[in-house]
Design a protein around this ligand. Sequence first.
Ligand code: CA
Length: 224
Amino acid sequence: MRILVVEDEPKVASFIRRALEEESYAVDVCADGQQGLDWAQSIDYDLIVLDLMLPGIPGLELLKQIRKAGVKTPVMILTARSEVDQRVKGLDAGADDYLTKPFAIEELLARARALLRRAGGVPSGILEVSDLVLNPVTREVTRGDQRIELTTKEYALLEYLMRNAGRVLTRPMITEHVWDLDFDTFTNVIDVYISYLRNKIDRGREQSLIQTVRGSGYVMRSDP
Ligand code: CA
């Protein structure tokens, strides 16, 4: 899952980035409203965390413009405790949730999970494909009765595949949702990570869940 953080206070922005990256999200941070608007419209983010007081374009205006352009990505706005009016305007302009500064990072992470859960249409949050189970809260992955240990990127890739089970995912789609702007598009890193995952998830098992779709990309499904 890839998240855009539009926040002009460097300390707050890097604090949020670190916490989200620890949870395996791909994160792009931007300190300017205009750039945030450009990115939000050109990249298919899974969530946007948006400060309202920004240089360039104010957060509220950014929000109005992306909604007008048809961007449906969930948006969590960040406001100061005193900005009740801004919060109300933000929700009315299409924000899905808000958090008042200062906030506990655990709350931001929990609210992010809730927004992603709602957007993904999985109310319990637990992802299951056949006997493979992923819990986004504990970040535990099991297949059958076996616990599977994954690196941060392997976990992020698996979560994206499982959230989109049954759907063919192209390499550009995978890049867009699992890697951030620093990603080097000229490498075969996706194929490398798919093979890491296969080793841990599918190897030695009767049923392979990660399937290659020749000429297109990959799909996770339980039927051949
Ligand atoms: Ca600000």
